[in-house]
Write a protein that binds this ligand. Structure first.
Ligand SMILES: Nc1ncnc2c1ncn2[C@@H]1O[C@H](COP(=O)(O)OP(=O)(O)O)[C@@H](O)[C@H]1O
Ligand SMILES: [Mg+2]
Length: 293
């Protein structure tokens, strides 16, 4: 492994957007998290990799309110937070796209994007008769798709069951991006996809990053991780084994770190931020945000 270049002073000032410190989670006798640390910096794509059982899912759950850690601290923008339900993390702007996509196949794209956050028609039609603003939601959904560079979805009235796997994944990611204003977490987003569709999802991740949205990408696919990640968090035996970049480490080295064949000295385990966040960092303005209220 080559030595890390010195961080610029601009980078060293950055506070993690999302941080986990000394996270512990046990299930009976199984120690899923054994004092795990984690840090996601502004504007970066951070890949999380590790062997089966290394505690990747447990860590993401602890950071997104799906599980409450037994011990440890979670910080959002440097402030300690306590998430006891996924709703707490969502309200704080953290959206998670799980591998089992939460889309409703029979409903159309726009309805899926606004599921649970529907917009009503203006005036008495909406307030008294509770009529949904279908055309407004379709228009905003379309705007969201084009702002993310998703050209493959044109008709927002198309039902999701008629879409390809990659297009469904795009709907889920676009939905997360519309309502998540701090962090997007993607759990194995390309696991079920073909090569071309995977490339589209990777492009979508890059588009999000270019808009200043930090992304956590859990993945087993090393070439994809190396293509899209700014930094790579290697989880091993319930802890952070190392944080490295695709520029300084080979795929072979990463696999060796994952399996424990290659030990990383403690002082080299936590590589800090490597990317200056985009100037446009902040919520992606699509007008969809108001629907969350
Ligand atoms: N709900 C659960 N009940 C019991 N054991 C669990 C549960 N969730 C995870 N574990 C265990 O915790 C360890 C870490 O699991 P997990 O976080 O899913 O790892 P990964 O996502 O890296 O494969 C594993 O040994 C797993 O069997
Ligand atoms: Mg897992």
């Amino acid at each position: 492994m080559s030595t890390q270049t010195e961080m610029s002073s601009e980078l060293s000032k950055l506070t993690p957007v999302l941080e986990g410190i000394g996270l512990v989670k046990t299930y009976g006798r199984v120690v899923a998290l054994d004092g795990a640390d984690f840090a996601l910096y502004p504007g970066e794509v951070l890949a999380v990799i590790g062997d089966n059982g290394a505690g990747k899912s447990s860590m993401i759950k602890a950071l997104s309110g799906a599980e409450v850690p037994d011990r440890g601290t979670v910080k959002l923008d440097g402030q300690e937070v306590t998430f006891t339900r996924p709703g707490d993390a969502k309200a704080a702007g953290i959206e998670t796209v799980y591998q089992t996509l939460a889309v409703s196949p029979a409903l159309d794209i726009a309805t899926n994007m606004f599921l649970g956050r529907e917009e009503r028609k203006a005036g008495v039609l909406g307030s008294v008769f509770r009529m949904l603003d279908g055309s407004g939601m379709r228009r905003k959904a379309k705007e969201q798709m084009s702002s993310l560079g998703i050209g493959t979805l044109q008709n927002m009235g198309q039902s999701v069951e008629t879409l390809s796997g990659g297009q469904r994944q795009a709907v889920s990611v676009a939905r997360a991006a519309a309502f998540g204003h701090k962090v997007i977490i993607l759990d194995e987003p390309t696991a079920a996809l073909g090569v071309r569709e995977s490339a589209q999802v990777l492009q979508l991740i890059k588009n999000l990053r270019d808009k200043g949205m930090p992304v956590i990408l859990i993945s087993h696919n090393m070439p994809q991780v190396f293509e899209v990640a700014d930094r790579i968090h290697v989880q091993r035996l319930g802890k952070r084994g190392a944080v490295i970049t695709p520029q300084t480490v080979t795929i072979t080295d990463v696999v060796a770190i994952m399996t424990g064949a290659l030990q990383v000295p403690v002082e080299e385990q936590t590589l800090g931020p490597v990317r200056v966040p985009a100037k446009t960092a902040g919520p992606i303005k699509t007008g969809l945000e108001e629907a969350a209220g």
